[in-house]
Design a protein around this ligand. Structure first.
Ligand code: FE2
Length: 433
């Protein structure tokens, strides 16, 4: 793929214009009697027409055929994908941890759809509340297959290998250390330039991810608006070919055979669009005196609910940073939390765990589960000399939800689940005198 296909426009939530062919975008109106170049005009509404301007998202597309041109969708198998309600197994108060999801073998062709594996979730797709945690592990490009998630927005956190997301609004490339967000209802296919991929996927059924308020931090810092990158228009003209479009709707997969590519948008303008972000650009804020702030200071994106400050899901990163706190226990402290915490690791080590939490692995600490540093980390951090220390080459993250994150049966019973996770805290000794 030519480099110029990955030139991006920047600015979170901006109103963008883009045309792959000069003159494809009508001037001065959205829906002229005849759109330029024989294209069809079609609006894609990501919010209700009447939602406030600050959150309203919609995009006008100018495409070779209206997206309405397709036969009926028919039900296909869900594979390892699960939807709401997450009630396959009883809610379990135990802390859980997993090794990485096994990769597909060379002789097992798995494209990104085949490789989806649901770990846990909450809420209700029908009323657009809650979230799901999926993993993906794949080794084949989607060439004649496309995907659309009618249920939720998708946040990709690559752990192994890069993804090229060919979307209706243009291509995005995201590798480990970067994230990508695809709004609900945008069609796409996934190519794997590195051949083999694995990563985490948050499916957000609630309000679209947005940037957290900064409050007293001011006008700059954390994830800065300018570092969010949006694709430029690009289209596939595959008239007469037979392709499959897989639609996740109501928690299940449906498919229809199209005689053309659904990625046939030649020009678009609007603010409902996929984007990517490089976590290396996250401006990390931490203590320069004592204690460390609550990890909400590391929030990249949040899906707000109707209660101020109470997120359906937050995406939080633990990025490379300096630790300088004086008279401070520097790793994450012991903690019980009404919010539920699913954690993953993209690279390096996480400063609350000495071992067992590896890249591609994950932990789940549900509402009020006691968690925190393991015994080895406590012993080290409580006696360490408190010189300034830099945590380098590490990237952990958290999907934190207001609702209990309920595992699927396959995740609860997985061979790669660590049955002895509780023992990481069993070595903590009494020091009380
Ligand atoms: Fe926590």
């Amino acid at each position: 793929m030519a480099d110029d296909e990955f030139r991006y426009a920047s600015g979170f939530g901006n109103e963008f214009t883009s045309e792959a062919v000069a003159g494809a975008l009508p001037a001065g109106r959205n829906s002229p009697q005849r759109a330029p170049l024989g294209l069809y005009a079609e609006q894609l509404s990501g919010t209700a027409f009447t939602q406030p301007r600050a959150v309203n998202r919609r995009t006008w597309t100018y495409r070779i055929l209206p997206s309405a041109v397709h036969p009926a969708f028919r039900r296909i198998g869900n594979g390892r994908l699960r939807g709401t309600p997450f009630d396959e197994v009883e809610p379990d108060p135990n802390r859980m941890r997993w090794d990485p999801l096994p990769l597909p073998r060379d002789d097992q062709a798995a494209d990104w759809i085949d490789g989806l594996y649901t770990v846990a979730g909450n809420g209700d797709i029908a009323t657009r509340n809650g979230m799901a945690v999926h993993l993906y592990a794949a080794n084949r490009d989607m060439t004649n297959r496309y995907f659309v998630d009618s249920d939720g927005e998708l946040l990709f956190v690559p752990e192994l290998g890069a993804l090229v997301l060919h979307t209706e609004l243009g291509p995005l490339r995201a590798g480990p250390g970067e994230i990508a967000v695809l709004p609900r209802g945008i069609r796409f296919r996934v190519e794997l330039p590195d051949g083999l991929v694995r990563g985490y996927l948050c499916e957000n059924f609630g309000a679209a991810f947005t940037l957290p308020e900064r409050g007293p931090i001011g006008a700059n810092g954390l994830a800065n608006e300018r570092d969010f990158q949006y694709p430029r228009a690009a289209f596939e003209d595959r008239a007469g070919s037979s392709v499959q479009v897989v639609n996740k709707f109501g928690g299940n997969l449906w498919a229809a055979d199209f005689d053309h590519s659904p990625l046939d948008v030649v020009a678009w303008h609007g603010n409902y669009a996929p984007y990517k972000y490089d976590t290396a650009n996250f401006m990390v804020i931490g203590t320069i005196s004592f204690d460390h702030p609550d990890p909400s200071i590391f929030t990249v994106l949040t899906s707000p609910s109707d209660s101020p400050g109470l997120a359906g899901v937050d995406f939080v990163i633990f990025a490379p940073r300096w630790l300088v706190g004086e008279d401070t226990f520097r790793p994450p402290w012991f903690h019980r939390n009404v919010m539920s915490e699913y954690m993953g690791l993209v690279r390096g080590a996480y400063d609350a765990k000495a071992e067992g939490f590896t890249p591609g692995g994950a932990s789940l600490h549900n509402t009020f589960a006691s968690h925190g540093p393991d015994a080895e980390t406590y012993a080290r951090a409580s006696t360490a000399e408190l010189a300034p220390q830099k945590l380098t080459d590490t990237l952990a993250f958290m999907f934190e939800s207001r609702w209990t994150i309920l595992p699927t049966r396959q995740a609860q019973e997985a061979a790669h689940r660590q049955r002895d996770y509780d023992s990481v805290w069993s070595g903590l000794e009494r020091h009380f005198r």
